[in-house]
Structures are given as structure tokens and as C-alpha cells.
Ligand binder design. Structure first.
Ligand code: FEO
Length: 384
């Protein structure tokens, strides 16, 4: 696939994968993107996942059309992008790997050699001339691993962004970019907001007409929209005013409370209200909703004098991703000794800038007049 006159796409779509990184369900598969810049010198940017190395090498050979590549630029060493390194180096014995020193340490760990005689070590600001294409490398540590380098092609005004600006789903997937890009971002680099902010400061200084990530579609239009979302996500700024109600229910009473609260909020004109059943929906879906909205209500039964496992896992994932800058409220249920509210609050107490709602809800087994009143009071507070 031709991206520009000199740049080709040689990535692959993986439609067989069920769990990305062993944990994220990917209903519409995943893409592992790779690019070739054809100039006086030829550079290949990243390889692909292990199951697709043959397909990738075939695509590369077709693009090369008898020429030989000079460089394999390794922007990111995670195996979904690096599994083809050894096969590439065997196939093209004159080629040189271009990457950061931390990446070469990983190359040695993965492949048993760091290609000391066939490597070019780059760091922030290093450049590589291919002829007409002058590449400049931009350090992006922890976006998503410590070795990551991005590549800016000034002649084409393209930023190759490694994992950043990627999404779940194949390139061919017919779906909206935002939901799966948000779930991908929050899940994979949500913890590293500071590092993403550092990257964005460097990126805004560049003239960028196209973003070429290692997953998902190439972004060519309205780039400010994507950068603005990354600004929000990485600064933990709510994307939308609204309420996410996440619940863990066993016999349905806590679910009933969650749905009642949602209705009370809608009745009060709350613009966006979503409910998430933590026992049925994947936790990554719940996490992305929690990060999207400005307010979060956690509703859980008490279980073994603590939290129901689905709620425990959900809050753990929020905390791991530096959940902050939100209003949080609690709905607890317990047939004889409700303690879930306290347990949930304790898990969140080290998160930055969390405003805990004044009103909480305690249900003893089933909703009654008292707990319905508490739900109404909480809705009143959250709808303000
Ligand atoms: Fe797509 Fe961090 O690898």
C-alpha cells in the first residue's frame, strides 16, 4: 500500500487474535504496522508479531522489487513489533539496525545477540539521512516501554509514533476510531500520562501532516482532534462531563440500585450517564468509561467482609493507571454488615485530586424507602 510516493505500508492485520497482550479482548483483531521509506537508502520501520513474519517479509520483498534495505529502524521492542528482527537480519546481511541503546539491550535478551557489528545507536535528536528523507529521532520513553524512539520525517511531515495514536482493531476494521483508541490508550499507556505529556510537548513543535502509528489506521486529517484527545487523556482531564456507574452485583439488588441511580440522574438532566456491569463486561471497557467521564459511582456488594472480586479488580486497574481528577461516590450493599463502601474508598485514598461525594448509599440486601431516598440525594448532588 502506497502512503506517499516514497513510503509504503507493509503491516499486517491479525484477525485470529482474541486477547491482545494476553488481557484485552479484541473483537475486531489487531494490526501490526510496518513501513518502508524508499530513497537512495532504504529504511524499514519496525517488524510485526511472530505469527506474521513470513507475510511481512514477503510484503517487504515485493516493495523492494530487487533492491536491498539499508536500515531496520526499531522504534519499539515489544514483540508485537519486533518478532521479525532476526529473520530480517538473516535475509539482508548488509542491513543495519537503528535503535536506542535500551532497545539493543532488549534485542540481546530476545535474540541472543545485540548485533554489535551491525547497529547504529540513536538517541534524542539523532538524525539519519536516506537521501531526500532526513529522519530525526524523538525519545518517547514509557510510551510504551523505556526504549521507545519515534521517527520524524521532515520532508514528508510524517511522525511515526510507535504505539502512540494506535488502537485495537485491524486496519480494515469498519469501526469508529475513538472507542477502541481510548480503550487501547487507557489500558496500555494510561499509567504513563507524564511521559505522554513530555512527548506531546516535543510533538507540537513539529509540522505534522500525517501520523503513522504501529497499530490501527494512519491518521491524515484533522490531526488536532487526535492530539487534543491525547492531551486530555495524558493529563487525566475528563473527556466528557458525565457519570459512569460501575456495579458489581450478585443477586441483582445492587444492579437495581445502579440502574435507579442512572435514571434519577437522567431525570435531573445529566447529559451523559453510562452503567457498566463489572461482572459481565470486560474490565478494560469499564476502565475506559471511568476515564472518559468526570464522575464515577462505584456500587458493590460486600463479599468476604471486603469487595466483590470484579470491583476489586476494577479499582486496582484504575489505581494502577493513576486515576485522578474525578468525583467519586459509593453505593454499598451488605445483607448483615456492609463494608464495601469503606473498602472502595480505602483503595482510592492515594489517588490524586479525587473529590468524594458527600452522599453515599448503604443498602441492606434490597432497596427500601430509606436507600431509595439516599439514591435520590446522591443523584441530586451528582447532577449539580
Ligand atoms: Fe504495540 Fe507496546 O507494543
Amino acid at each position: 500500500m502506497e502512503i506517499t510516493k516514497d513510503i509504503r505500508y507493509i503491516g499486517v492485520d491479525d484477525t485470529d487474535i482474541d486477547l491482545f497482550e494476553g488481557q484485552y479482548p479484541v473483537e475486531n483483531g489487531m494490526s501490526y504496522n510496518s513501513y518502508v521509506i524508499l530513497d537512495e537508502k532504504i529504511a524499514v520501520l519496525d517488524s510485526v508479531d511472530a505469527g506474521f513474519v513470513d507475510e511481512w517479509l514477503d510484503k517487504l520483498a515485493a516493495v523492494l522489487d530487487g533492491r536491498l534495505p539499508d536500515y531496520l529502524i526499531v522504534q519499539h521492542m515489544e514483540p508485537d513489533h519486533s518478532a521479525g528482527i532476526a529473520r530480517f537480519m538473516e535475509a539482508y546481511p548488509e542491513a543495519v539496525i537503528v535503535s536506542s541503546m535500551p532497545a539493543f539491550n532488549m534485542v540481546k535478551n530476545y535474540f541472543g545477540t545485540d548485533y554489535a557489528a551491525r547497529r547504529m545507536v540513536i538517541k534524542e535528536g539523532s538524525t539519519l539521512s536516506l537521501g531526500n528523507h532526513e529522519l530525526r529521532f524523538i525519545g518517547a520513553p514509557m510510551v510504551h516501554w523505556p526504549e521507545v524512539m519515534m521517527t520524524y520525517d521532515a520532508s514528508e511531515k510524517i511522525l511515526f509514533t510507535a504505539d502512540a495514536f494506535g488502537k485495537f482493531g485491524t486496519v480494515a476494521a469498519d469501526e469508529e476510531w475513538l472507542p477502541e483508541a481510548r480503550r487501547y490508550y487507557i489500558g496500555i499507556v494510561g499509567k504513563f500520562g507524564v511521559q505522554v505529556q513530555n512527548l506531546l510537548k516535543k510533538a507540537v513543535a513539529l509540522d505534522i501532516q500525517m501520523i503513522c502509528p504501529l497499530h490501527g489506521p494512519i491518521l491524515t486529517e484533522n490531526l488536532g482532534y487526535y492530539v487534543d484527545l491525547y492531551q486530555k487523556w495524558s493529563s487525566y482531564t475528563p473527556e466528557q462531563e458525565g457519570v459512569c456507574i460501575a456495579y458489581a452485583s450478585v443477586y441483582g439488588h445492587t444492579a437495581e440500585a445502579a440502574e435507579l441511580l442512572a435514571q434519577e440522574l437522567i431525570d435531573r438532566g445529566c447529559p451523559h450517564v453510562v452503567t457498566v456491569d463489572l461482572t459481565r463486561e470486560d474490565v478494560s471497557e469499564a476502565v475506559q468509561n471511568a476515564f472518559c467521564y468526570s464522575k464515577l459511582v462505584l456500587c458493590s456488594v460486600t463479599y468476604n467482609a471486603g469487595l466483590f472480586p470484579a470491583m476489586q479488580q476494577f479499582i486496582t486497574q484504575l489505581v494502577e493507571r493513576n486515576f485522578q481528577n474525578r468525583t467519586v461516590a459509593f453505593v454499598e450493599n451488605g445483607s448483615w454488615a456492609p463494608t464495601a463502601g469503606k473498602a472502595m474508598k480505602t483503595m482510592l485514598e492515594n489517588c490524586k485530586n479525587i473529590t468524594f461525594a458527600e452522599h453515599g448509599v448503604t443498602i441492606r440486601a434490597a432497596l427500601n424507602e430509606d436507600s431509595r431516598g439516599q439514591i435520590a440525594a446522591l443523584a441530586e448532588e451528582l447532577a449539580e
